[in-house]
Design a protein around this ligand. Structure first.
Ligand code: SF4
Length: 443
């Protein structure tokens, strides 16, 4: 009997926004691939395009609307999902011809929309799915999303209204996914969520079994179990709750990377209260000092907002003093921008003029860059472990334990052309810049 081969339907995919949105995109693509769809590399080659949007701040909304416009111009058949999908009016005002709009984490609805506008083949080639799912990130690192939503009410943020309250994934499910990633060759797992340290609170820390042992859905136990996989485990979006201290010894033991991504946002107690930040009352300088006593090589990354309504010169100076003492390794800084629907707009505090915001951001980043350069200079002459990301003109471009992909620095390795992408290597640091290191292979 002759086999009739039909053409697979082809979906184009545009993924915008944070690593959490990237995980959503990967999930949707994994499912579509499982059903026999192909992922088209260009707009022209696609039968329709899915745009996964971000709606966190105004510039992200603009970028998302532009991306939808581009996909419509180039392809014409567009389904919109993601955070901006929670505000369909905004999308339809600019782009009335989109086929369908779904909100964040509505995987089933996105898949149903794709089915409606581009039916799947009846016999999906399920065996074509790679063991680790479809990754948009390079094969040797992957994001692991452990929960959706958030129980906090930070006044500058509308994520809880878009993504809902905290919903943690069961611990056994998370660990099985991590294990299959490691088995499929992933060398670094980046744990993401809106609030990683709150993991399991909504499940009342329900236990689950993995590798024959009962584990509870709790931040420390999750980190400990992930540490068994023998790959780099990097923790993102952690808040300075007291129980976070329990994870630092795991970093000192090498079970998880000595790296904490902890968005402090400000240092002035008055501002933190206006922002309604989680764990705002903690003495963060004391906590940081204690963490460094337990894990001296810990890398601390954080983000900050300057120009929040009501921020005075004194608040800002307090923030600079705090940073001088905290000596964080990696720092990002945003000028406050009012997001439609955020409670901060109704605090009744005076807005900070744009030029003041800009000047504060520049001063803050000058100091942050000096601190970064000082901390990196101290590594010159040491041997460090790196993970190779790519080879560029005979130079291996890698990351140290202190560098998360895309947001932190890199290590450029001379004589590293023989190294392979996704390989761990020991190198000697020969020079340091503001954010990046140079090193010599095999030294
Ligand atoms: S912790 Fe605050 S900033 Fe983060 S998602 Fe929740 S409400 Fe938004």
């Amino acid at each position: 009997m002759k086999t009739v081969r039909r053409k697979s339907p082809k979906v184009g995919f545009v993924s915008l926004g944070c690593p959490k949105a990237l995980v959503d995109s990967e999930r949707i693509l994994t499912r579509l691939r499982a059903e026999g769809y192909e992922v088209a590399p260009t707009y022209r080659a696609a039968d329709l395009v899915v745009v996964n949007t971000c709606g966190f701040i105004d510039s992200a909304v603009d970028e998302s609307l532009d991306a939808i416009g581009e996909a419509l111009a180039e392809n014409g058949r567009v389904i919109v999902t993601g955070c901006l999908g929670a505000q369909p009016r905004k999308i339809l005002e600019r782009h009335p011809s989109v086929l369908e709009i779904t909100g964040p984490q509505r995987y089933e609805e996105v898949i149903a929309s794709v089915h409606a506008h581009l039916p799947p083949l009846h016999e999906p080639f399920v065996d074509l799915i790679p063991a680790q799912g479809v990754k948009l990130t390079p094969r040797h690192y992957a994001y692991l999303k452990i929960s959706e939503g958030c129980n906090h009410h930070c006044t500058f943020c509308i994520i809880p209204s878009m993504r809902g309250r905290l919903v943690s994934r069961p611990i056994a499910e998370v660990l099985r996914e991590a294990e299959s990633l490691a088995r499929a060759g992933v060398k670094e797992i980046l744990v993401v969520s809106q609030d990683t340290s709150a993991y399991g609170a909504d499940l009342k820390y329900a236990p689950g079994e993995w590798r024959g042992v009962e584990r509870r859905a709790r931040f420390r136990e999750l980190a400990d179990a992930l540490g068994e996989l023998g790959v780099w485990i990097r923790l993102h979006y952690v808040y300075p709750y007291p129980h976070v201290d329990e994870v630092i010894p795991l970093m000192a033991q090498g079970r998880v990377l000595p790296y904490l991504d902890i968005p402090f946002q400000h240092a002035s107690a008055r501002l933190l209260k206006l922002m309604k930040r989680p764990a705002a009352a903690e003495d963060t300088l004391e906590r940081i000092a204690a963490w460094r006593r337990v894990a001296p090589d810990i890398t601390l990354r954080s983000t900050f907002i300057v120009g929040f309504p009501g921020e005075t010169d004194a608040d800002f100076e307090e923030l600079l003093d705090w940073l001088r003492e905290a000596r964080l390794d990696r720092v990002g800084c945003f000028e406050y921008s009012p997001v439609e629907g955020a409670a901060a707009n109704a605090l009744g505090e005076p807005a900070v003029p744009d030029e003041v915001k800009r000047e504060r951001r520049e001063r803050f980043m000058r100091l942050a860059t000096e601190l970064s350069a000082e901390r990196l200079a101290a590594k010159v002459g040491t041997r460090i472990e790196v993970l190779v990301d790519r080879i560029e003109d005979g130079t291996a471009v890698a990351r140290s334990r202190g560098d998360a992909p895309e947001i932190d620095g890199v290590v450029r390795i001379r004589g590293g052309a023989k190294l392979r992408v996704g390989e761990f290597a020991m190198v000697r640091v020969t020079a340091a810049g503001d954010y990046d290191l140079e090193a010599l292979a095999g030294a």
